[in-house]
Design a protein around this ligand. Sequence first.
Ligand SMILES: [Zn+2]
Ligand SMILES: [Zn+2]
Length: 204
Amino acid sequence: MPHKPDSLIWSSLLNVCATKRNIKYGEMAARKLFALDPLNAGPYILLSNMYASDGRWKDVAALRSLMKTNNVKKFAAYSWVDINNEVHKFVANDRIHKELDDLIKKVQEVGYKPSTNLVLHDVGEQEKLESISYHSEKLALAFMLMKRPHESMPVRILKNLRVCGDCHAFMKFSSKVTGRTIVLRDSNRFHHFVGGKCSCNDHW
Ligand SMILES: [Zn+2]
Ligand SMILES: [Zn+2]
């Protein structure tokens, strides 16, 4: 390269490594980013999720303490919906239990299996393995189905981070069992879920 790679280049490399599960080069890119932009939580979280998906919990813990040492602030993942111009925001710990649990049962009947593969998951500790069932976009969906049960309009959900693989599968199954079109705008792109399929063809 004619120029010294900047943080944009390193973070593109890190994103590719996260998708391809290449920890060796992902580590290298992340270390460069820690030096160039030490307060940006993104690279720490991406690398941490790569370690987690590989079962390297010691490395996950080491990264967590590095974030503490460097005083990196994590960002909360949230989704939001709009009903009559009123915005409802959901974070992972909100519980619209019954509605969502009913939906989970229904999608499991047609083949949905919760997946704990966090590779495409650029969120932090707050959306952990055990809370995967209650990711904010699932709560937002349950809320909309509860509030607007009989509408033919698509359910529209916005998410400030990239949707994880489990939520993506869940949305596909939900579009099938509810017969509703679900439009999810995440930080990367639009996902149109219709009849069990997504417009992104599972590439995002
Ligand atoms: Zn998710
Ligand atoms: Zn999609």
